[in-house]
Design a binder for this molecule. Structure first.
Ligand code: NAD
Length: 482
């Protein structure tokens, strides 16, 4: 397929793939095995690319960018809408592949939900406007602020929400006239390759390319002279490496990094009424979510009731292989993450904390299943509270006065999200305003919306995604003065 000229309409109709055809399109018989974390079965094989392959992809993206950036905005918008149609047409096979590779169940807020979010974000990005604005017009000076494409955008992603986060990174960049090179996580390359195949069934050639590989390919992308902006979602440690390697090229960065979100439960709550919201705030995607509730501070007046209600909800949630329709919790995606969760729960138990439910994985069972675990009577300095568990284990810390809860919530060096739970909304909002986090939810945790900016503070990163702010983040401002 050649790059269309500015005036040539793209008329490709997306074909509806099956699971088999989707997988066949991205699997390479000579590649590395990708294993199902629930069963250990081989899902497919992916040829990991070298840094030199990445160079070639960046060169193609650079060559394609001027024509893509010169298209009318309405044309790029239309292509994003058609890309959303293509994702919807392929939704079931995409969800199945995601479930097999990542481990998340089809149902609950998991694989089907993630694929649905991909289509929703593509449509919302197409619907968001970022017009230029006149900033001064006093009769002498006419100054206008407008937004141009940055050029080539690199996108590096994690393994927890691989498809959705790829769309978050890619859709605004394409809308603003950039071409994009994606480096998926080495743990979930098939999901991202398949998604990109589907998007490319409507996009022109070389506008969007995925290069599977390890950290060496990611490092090459983040230091690449041919890449103008990097959007990274992953751990704080890798984000710090990216900041260093981006210095020589003065590359623009958006960094969505790790979190350890606190939730504060005020004494006026109805424990049973909030238990399910608390549970999903913490256990969405089996806890493998950047802005999940990872430490909960509960007022002593309602502590026992909240703990009991949460434990009841946790006991009722089926965990198992993602393709079995009844499950809503799945395995950890990889052995390393399983071991982090096990180590942190053991640390809490060894320190005398009370395991209300879970905490006893079956060492002989297949897959990286760690049961949903609620830990009470744990100290704030315990590693399960102070470190990011990124898995299905929630520590609950008791507090006596709100000031101490706020101090505990703010004491860590990360600040992605936080939440406050209370019947008096204004009182809850007043506590929220004191928390050092990019988003503070009231009576819920972790919900994101394509029109609401999202980003972290402290070592959770900088820059915003979504909405108008998300478009600005993948553009460069230009002032026309005169
Ligand atoms: P990770 O940092 O280990 O890996 C992320 C990506 O970076 C992978 O694609 C990896 O190959 C690549 N990479 C590794 N070394 C690199 C280097 N030197 N230069 C460039 N790229 C390199 O993160 P992960 O384990 O995949 O994801 C889990 C972490 O991500 C958690 O801390 C979680 O909180 C965070 N996360 C944050 C958000 C957010 O929006 N803030 C969203 C999801 C996950």
């Amino acid at each position: 397929m050649t790059t269309p000229t500015v005036t040539e309409p793209v008329t490709t109709t997306p074909e509806t793939p099956t699971y088999e055809s989707l997988l066949a399109g991205v699997t390479d018989p000579d590649g590395r095995e990708v294993l199902d974390p629930a069963t250990g079965e081989v899902v497919g094989r992916v040829a990991f690319r070298s840094p030199e392959d990445l160079d070639a992809a960046v060169a193609r993206a650079r060559a394609a960018q001027p024509a893509w950036g010169a298209r009318a905005d309405a044309e790029r918008t239309d292509l994003l809408l058609r890309a959303a149609d293509a994702v919807e047409a392929a939704a079931e096979p995409l969800a199945e592949l995601l479930s097999r590779e990542q481990g998340k169940p089809l149902n609950g807020p998991n694989a089907r939900f993630e694929v649905g979010a991909c289509a929703a974000w593509l449509r919302a990005t197409a619907a968001t406007e970022l017009p230029g604005e006149t900033v001064l017009d006093d009769g002498e000076t006419h100054a206008e602020l407008r937004y141009r494409p940055v050029g080539v955008v690199g996108a590096i992603g994690p393994w927890n929400w691989p498809m959705m986060i790829t769309v978050w990174q890619v859709a605004p960049a394409l809308r603003m006239g950039n071409t994009v090179v994606v480096k998926p996580s080495e743990y979930t390359p098939l999901s991202v390759l398949a998604l990109v195949e589907v998007l490319n069934s409507v996009l022109p050639a070389d506008v969007l390319t995925a290069v599977p590989g390890g950290g060496d390919v990611g490092a090459r992308l983040s230091g690449h002279a041919g890449v103008d902006k990097l959007v990274f979602t992953g751990s704080t440690a890798t984000g710090q490496a990216i900041i260093r390697s981006s210095a020589d090229t003065v590359k623009r960065l958006t960094l969505e990094l790790g979190g350890n979100d606190a939730g504060i439960v005020l004494p006026d709550v109805d424990p049973r009424a909030i238990a399910e919201g608390l549970f999903w705030g913490a256990f969405i995607n089996t806890g493998q979510t950047c802005a999940a509730l990872k430490r909960l501070y509960v007022h002593t007046d309602v502590y026992d009731e909240v703990c009991a209600a949460l434990a009841d909800v946790a006991r009722a949630m089926p965990m198992g292989r993602g393709l079995d329709e009844q499950n809503v919790l799945g395995p950890l995606q990889n052995r390393a993450q399983y071991e982090i969760v096990a180590r942190l729960v053991d640390a809490a138990r060894d320190a005398g904390a009370k395991i209300l439910v879970g905490g006893d994985p079956d060492p002989d069972a297949p897959g990286y299943f760690y049961p949903a675990t609620i830990v009470a009577d744990v100290d704030d300095d315990n590693p399960l509270v102070a470190e990011e568990q990124f898995g299905p284990a929630l520590p609950i810390v008791r507090y006596d006065d709100v000031d101490s809860a706020v101090a505990m919530a703010n004491r860590l060096d990360v600040g992605l999200g936080a939440s406050v739970w209370g019947s008096d909304r204004e009182a809850a909002r007043a506590v929220a305003a004191r928390l050092e986090a990019g988003t503070v939810w009231i009576n819920s945790h972790g919900g994101v919306h394509p029109m609401i900016p999202f980003g972290g503070v402290k070592k959770s990163g900088y820059g915003l995604e979504f909405g108008v702010e998300g478009l600005k983040a993948v553009a460069v401002p230009q002032v026309i003065n005169g």
